[in-house]
Design a protein around this ligand. Structure first.
Ligand code: NDP
Ligand code: 2IT
Length: 450
């Protein structure tokens, strides 16, 4: 997978070399090598050198006062990566692990993901090292207000439109939007994923998860595999993406048997109880461990009992796996276990959840592998629908959004598959997605000049 000779030609600073940003760039460079070798125009216009350096990174201090009247200080960052195809667009992540490297990786992935959608949106990502766990609702509100006090200077409906990601859902977007409105006195569609009562699109919360399942259904059809109906599926994560993957899987008659959070994995072989999961994770914001109290026949595998390179959720036999928690959560060891256990399909709901070695193993064993930037594009697709609805002061119905989403996810799948075929790597959706996305952005960059 890793082509170090090629990488030497590109400007990547030492601090990124061992990080997730480097990992994301390396994968793309490997995939697009055939395109670069056969088209001198990309080198002539220094497209890669320009594509891997963000247009700008905005960094700011966030002061807020906690419930004990203590002043807390966090860092806020917005990486405005590339706006060749449209306004900067991408989520905000609130998690203690957030740093510039993680946001650069996510922003870089977002450029190509957004290009795959065929919609007019550029790539960005932002967030903070703020840890929302255990914070009161007021503390979340105060942090969001303080964060927006700085961020509002740099965003706008035709400039940069943030949305949610880990730790940022409808509640946080509501507070961020409220503060933006207060500061600017404008009712702009400046954030997506807003509560429906003030301009949020129907189906934005469901969009990423549903989109992952729509993509997987199409991929299995194109690859002449059995559909998901009646099949055992394993899912990691227990947040927005994971629970909506589970919801759609249940709806189409598949059997999702797992989910996980940072404390551990739930395995319920009859199929997970989604109502209980939503109550635990969305309403009460509790650990998954509580699931076994209502379902004593289920099992909880605590995360601390597992080595860093193996995860309980991937030990469960399944037809299709859906990693939906975070980056690099599915290792080579996990991949080998899945393959040995007969897994046929892996779809990335999270951003870059599989390590390069895991992806290599999947491709070598002809597992149907749906890479994140294609499979989880449904979230940003419905975000763009929200931008359209806000700009035209209109509202689309749930069915209308769902039909349009399904249509785009199927189209992405077909285009990625055809691109792979065209470049001699049939069935390799990683290369297909990287080549197809890169071409769109690169051609726009060439057309607009420097
Ligand atoms: P949420 O915050 O709603 O949920 C994240 C889930 O992943 C939680 O269950 C969390 O557990 C778990 N998790 C996070 N970090 C870790 C970790 N280090 N180890 C184990 N579990 C972990 O986020 P989302 O569902 O929105 O995002 C999940 C993934 O999907 C991310 O990679 C995100 O970038 C990606 N994504 C999200 C989109 C969206 O629209 N929201 C769109 C496209 C991609 P705990 O509760 O214990 O922290
Ligand atoms: O990774 C992603 O695509 C997101 N977090 C959603 C981005 C968006 O702007 O809706």
């Amino acid at each position: 997978m890793i082509n170090n000779n090629k990488l030497k030609d590109f400007t990547i600073s030492d601090s990124d070399v061992n990080g997730v940003f480097y990992q994301a760039v390396q994968e793309v460079i490997c995939s697009i090598s055939p395109l670069l070798n056969s088209n001198e125009i990309y080198a002539k216009h220094s497209i890669l050198d320009r594509l891997i350096i963000p247009d700008r990174i905005i960094k700011f201090r966030v002061n807020w006062i906690d419930d004990n009247q203590k002043i807390q200080v966090n860092t806020g960052i917005r990486v405005q990566f590339n706006n060749a195809l449209g306004p900067y667009k991408g989520g905000l992540r609130f998690h203690q692990s957030v740093n510039e490297g993680i946001l650069k990786f996510l922003g870089f992935e977002q450029i190509l993901k957004n290009a795959l959608t065929g919609l007019p949106i550029g790539g960005a990502k932002g967030g903070s090292d703020f840890n929302p766990k255990g914070k009161s609702d007021f503390e979340i509100m105060k942090f969001c207000s303080a964060f927006m006090t700085e961020l509002h200077k740099y965003i706008g409906p035709r400039k940069d439109v943030p949305a949610g990601d880990i730790g940022v859902g409808t509640r946080e977007i509501g507070y961020l939007f409220g503060e933006y409105k207060k500061i600017t006195s404008t009712y702009d569609g400046v954030l997506t994923g807003k509560p429906h009562m003030f301009g949020g699109s129907f189906m934005r919360p469901e969009a990423t998860g549903y989109g992952v399942v729509y993509f997987t259904q199409k991929m299995l059809e194109l690859e002449n595999k059995d559909s998901l109906k009646g099949k055992i599926c394993t899912i990691s994560g227990a947040g927005n993406v994971a629970l909506h993957v589970i919801e759609k899987l249940l709806e189409i008659g598949a059997i999702p048997v797992s989910c996980s959070d940072s404390n551990g994995t739930i395995y319920d072989k009859r199929g997970v109880d989604l109502k209980l999961l939503k109550e635990l994770k969305f309403e009460k914001r509790l650990s998954l461990e509580g699931y076994t109290l209502s379902h004593p026949e289920s099992t909880f595998f605590p995360a601390y009992k597992y080595a860093e390179d193996s995860h309980a959720v991937w030990d469960i036999e399944c037809y299709a796996a859906f990693p939906c928690a975070t980056q690099n959560e599915l290792t080579e060891v996990d991949a080998q276990t899945l393959i040995t256990n007969g897994c046929v399909s892996v779809s990335e709901g999270a951003n870059m959840p599989s390590t390069p070695e895991a992806i290599s193993a999947f491709l070598t064993h002809n597992i149907c592998f749906a890479p994140a930037k294609a499979a989880n594009a449904g979230g940003v697709v419905v975000s763009e629908f929200e931008m359209s609805q806000n700009a035209s002061m209109s509202r689309w119905s749930f069915e209308e959004v769902d039909n349009k989403l399904k249509d785009i996810m199927q189209k992405i799948c077909i285009e990625v598959s055809q691109t792979a075929k065209e470049y001699g790597v049939e069935g390799n959706y990683v290369d297909g997605a990287n080549i197809y996305g890169f071409k769109k952005v690169a051609d726009a960059m060439i057309a607009e000049g420097i």
